[in-house]
Ligand binder design. Structure first.
Ligand code: SAM
Ligand code: CA
Length: 220
């Protein structure tokens, strides 16, 4: 076993020695923590990790499926260059109102395009419009992840990355006796992506598990 166990003390140490969360993100995180569904929000270290990725890959366009109160979308917008763009999909008016307030507070509301509605319909429209993205973050209803994954592959630029959140389902995916329908679904999807000849991947045990996928480029 090469991985160390991430105890709460060690996690705290990691945060204390790496987290550089901008004040506006911190405020949004704390405001969201008071809400009953707060566990849906990504962790600040995951946000910072994805910002790092976006900068390293010089991404200009980000697509997000699952906005909630806008923490990840705001992280992306802050990491993108001035002419960068985030398109983010959600169907919940109340939560995305909170998101919009904080995007405005951060001065990046012009970089974020919220698409309200069923995400799968938005993805079909984006495809019809010929849109492509450098980084795609999948973080909405888990039982639609396979549809989102397939749509994301079609919307991904060459050299782009798809990130799928919550692929470890609090560790339950590793317990074959756990037959919770969402856990079974994600377990099957993890297997499918691992065997998918169209992509290469890495599965990171960050937060609740984050799979990063790249399309394999074929010679012309
Ligand atoms: N990425 C967000 C963050 O960091 O704060 C968290 C997203 S939360 C886990 C999932 C979101 O997906 C919720 O806001 C929910 O309204 C949205 N959602 C769930 N099913 C959806 C669907 N079918 N179409 C659009 N949005 C959906
Ligand atoms: Ca998530």
């Amino acid at each position: 076993m090469k991985a160390i166990k991430l105890t709460p003390t060690l996690y705290q140490y990691c945060l204390e020695n790496s987290l550089c969360e901008p004040e506006v993100l911190r405020q949004l995180r704390l405001a969201t923590e008071k809400m009953p569904e707060a566990q849906m929000q990504i962790s600040p270290d995951q946000g910072q990790f994805m910002q790092f990725l976006i900068k390293v890959m010089n991404a200009k366009t980000v697509l997000e499926i699952g906005t909630y109160t806008g923490y990840s979308a705001l992280s992306f917008a802050l990491a993108l260059p001035d002419d960068g763009k985030v398109v983010t999909c959600d169907r919940n008016l109340e939560w995305t109102k909170v998101a919009k307030n904080y995007w405005k507070l951060a001065g990046v509301e012009n970089k974020i395009d919220l698409k309200l509605g069923q995400a799968i319909e938005t993805l079909a429209q984006l495809k019809e419009q010929g849109c492509f993205f450098d980084f795609i973050f999948i973080d909405a209803d888990k039982r639609s992840y396979n549809l989102y994954y397939e749509a994301a592959l079609e919307l991904l630029n060459n050299g782009g990355i798809i990130a799928l959140d919550n692929v470890l389902q609090e560790g339950h995916v590793a317990d074959p006796n756990n037959l919770d329908p969402t856990v079974v679904f994600i377990r099957e999807l993890n297997k499918k992506i691992y065997q998918d000849k169209r992509v290469e991947l890495t599965l990171l045990p960050i937060s609740d598990g984050l799979t990063l996928v790249r399309k394999i480029s074929r010679p012309l």
